[in-house]
Design a protein around this ligand. Structure first.
Ligand SMILES: [Zn+2]
Length: 672
């Protein structure tokens, strides 16, 4: 399963990633200001760059492993293009040849439209929009393309030319009811005459693996009709896509040679065997080995994985993501985890609600070192694999959040929103200096300590039984409150997690209140209630402490030039209020007090002040953002000695989106 970042750019980053949801766009921290996050912008697309934190901390062997795995990933890039549509590669070749050899006027409307079309095709790995699945409409006429082809001595004829302009193959994946989904989808997973009924009939009798432990039937093949019979053309060495798969294998072999441990090497060996044989039983063995291989600093996703592009849900799109451990976050998590009992003992909970033997929850963020295929340029922000259910049940799965990708999304927006919604310079300065650290620490505290904390009273059921529809927002709010309570604690400094606990705490409190009472409203349409669990909990937490602290002016509501701000006057009292609410939230969970949960959530979390909401939306109008974002990859450049051995791997950023796309096409095209 992957969690795609979709729709509203920053607004939805993390939206689908339950516990990792970001509070608001973070302004870049000062030291990072020089990094240029935005590589390109066109049509409805923003192309970003990301860095690879921790890469320099890797050993040479680990760097080599990362390098070989990214090369393996890129070697299969064109498989994704061909899977997406049968004419994609032919069209791409022609468009790229025009783009690099045309010598005419490049300032005309037609040329600019051609260039935009090519960029959109690159971004989508083909001529259908990566998200809507609709065929991309060029803003130039067929005559102009004919002219360009002639001028550059390029060939593109017949169906491959016509389809750019006509209404054929209009939808990459058509899952609508009442139509033949296979026949009406342009995706290249099925031969030209194959219908829904053919696919159903074929898999009724096809081999499905051992009883109770089914293989992912159909995952790695194209289903075609040959001499009147349905057959699977398997994607493997010597089979369909064999020339590219051989290249993938070549790099996997090198990677296996520098694996970090035996388990990793064995896992890579299974992946190689699978690519050589196309045997889905071996794929399952690989998935088990991969899911249980948890040692090491490097991990990867490689294979035919997600089946969303198949209207019938059998065939996997080629994908590769190389992952480096997030060392900084892992250290923080480990420190918190080791001290979980201290946090439990010192929490403002009733004694009977404290655990005497608390164990920190494990949670994993990684940094991406390279993506290809289905995961690039448009990328997931979190991944949970393998997909095969019985493997998940018997052997577990890996769930990761892509830290540097989320970070790049958050940084790309700039600091405009902060300046608009923060009350004063002090608040802006604290946020710019400590905002990202505070945010990371809050996530770590929320996950490792928050979700692990507290006891349910004997005889009381699980929250989903007792608190019902309020269980989730109550749990998220409670975990947030654990984090908030400890974000303003000298213990964090004692543990070496911060160097100025008060400043970090202030930045954290400012950010939470600003978001909970104001900025998160930009995600909601005027007139609507707040519904999403995390947004609801942030409002009930913020609104409750605001109201309870009113008499002491803990948080002050300020109206200035027709704009509303919330300014925190007393951070110490605010911490006490967070503690009080945490105690109550835990009591509600421990006792299963449905009525109290309902009053808290409905009373503080759901309804929105309409005048304030309209004002916030109005203030937000100036910040326009492309609806879809994706990424160029950092380029890994091996440095070799005279003997040809790799002595180091350097990370450089590509000059531009088009440069990277052209570079990939020239270096990583292996399909005949
Ligand atoms: Zn959570």
């Amino acid at each position: 399963m992957k969690l795609k970042n979709i729709l509203l750019g920053f607004l939805l980053v993390g939206f689908l990633w339950s516990c990792q949801e970001k509070m608001e766009e973070k302004p870049p921290v000062k030291a990072e200001k020089k990094f240029e996050y935005i590589a390109d912008q066109f049509a409805d697309i923003k192309v970003l760059r990301y860095q690879i934190p921790g890469f320099d901390e890797l050993t040479l062997k680990e760097k080599e492993l990362v390098y070989y795995m990214t090369q393996a990933g890129l070697a299969g890039r064109d498989i994704m293009w061909d899977q997406n549509y049968r004419h994609n590669l032919e069209i791409r070749d022609a468009l790229e040849n025009i783009y690099t050899t045309y010598n005419g006027d490049k300032t005309t409307k037609d040329w600019l439209a051609f260039q935009e079309y090519l960029k959109r095709v690159w971004f989508s790995n083909g001529i259908h929009h990566h998200y809507s699945n609709d065929k991309i409409k060029p803003n130039f006429k067929a005559d102009f393309l004919t002219y360009l082809l002639k001028e550059t001595d390029t060939k593109l004829e017949g169906e491959a030319f016509d389809v750019i302009f006509n209404d054929e193959d209009a939808k990459k994946v058509n899952k609508k009811k009442g139509v033949d989904n296979v026949a009406s989808s342009a995706i290249n997973f099925y031969g030209p005459t194959i219908t829904d009924a053919d696919v159903d009939a074929f898999y009724k009798t096809a081999y499905k693996g051992p009883e109770g432990r089914p293989i992912e039937a159909g995952l790695n093949s194209t289903l075609v009709r040959e001499n009147g019979k349905l057959v699977e053309k398997v994607w493997k060495s010597g089979g369909l896509y064999g020339s590219a798969i051989d290249e993938v294998i070549k790099w996997l072999e090198k990677a296996k040679g520098v694996a970090e441990n035996e388990k990793q090497a064995k896992t890579l060996g299974l992946l190689i065997d699978y690519y050589k044989t196309g045997d889905l039983n071996i794929w399952d063995q690989y998935c088990i080995s991969w899911a249980t291989s948890t040692e090491g600093n490097i991990d990867w996703i490689n294979g035919f994985i997600e089946v969303y592009n198949d209207p019938k849900g059998y065939r996997g799109s080629y994908e590769s993501i190389i992952q480096v451990k997030d060392f900084e976050m892992s250290k923080q998590m480990a420190v918190l985890s080791e001290n979980a009992q201290w946090f439990e003992d010192n929490a403002p909970l009733m004694d009977s609600h404290k655990k005497s033997d608390v164990v920190g929850v494990s949670y994993k963020t990684i940094n991406v070192a390279g993506e290809a295929g289905d995961a690039s340029p448009s990328t997931p922000i979190g991944v949970n694999l393998p997909n095969n259910n019985w493997i998940r049940q018997e052997h577990g799965s890996k769930s990761v959040s892509l830290g540097n990708i989320i970070n790049a999304y958050n940084n790309a927006g700039g600091s405009g929103r902060l300046h608009e919604f923060a009350y004063d310079e002090e608040e802006i300065e604290l946020e710019e200096k400590y905002g990202q650290l505070a945010d990371k620490l809050h996530t770590a505290l929320h996950e490792v300590i928050g979700h692990a904390s507290g006891l349910i009273n004997p005889g009381v059921g699980q929250p989903k039984e007792t608190l019902k529809n309020y269980a989730s927002t109550m749990e998220e709010g409670r975990a947030d409150l654990v984090g908030l309570y400890y974000l303003m604690d000298p213990k964090l400094q004692e543990l070496g997690l911060v160097d100025d606990w008060q400043a970090v705490g202030k930045a954290a409190y400012d950010g939470y209140i600003r978001n909970g009472l104001i900025t998160q409203l930009v995600r909601i349409e005027l007139g609507n209630d707040i519904e999403e669990d995390h947004m609801v909990n942030r409002q009930w937490v913020s609104a409750w402490v605001y109201e309870k602290g009113k008499a002491d002016n803990v948080i002050e509501k300020i109206e200035k030039d027709g704009k509303t701000y919330y300014n925190i006057n007393d951070y110490k009292k605010l911490r006490e209020l967070f503690g009080e609410l945490l105690r109550e939230a835990q009591r509600i969970k421990s006792e299963g007090d449905f009525k109290a949960a309902q009053d808290l959530v409905e009373g503080y979390g759901v309804k929105v002040d309409q005048a304030l909401h309209a004002q916030v939306l109005d203030r937000n109008q100036q910040f326009k953002s492309a609806p879809y974002s994706g990424f160029v990859n950092p380029v890994l450049v091996p440095e070799t000695n005279e003997a040809g051995e790799i002595v180091d791997v350097k990370v450089i950023q590509p000059d531009s989106f088009e440069q990277q796309m052209l570079d990939y096409s020239s270096k990583h095209s292996f399909l005949e």
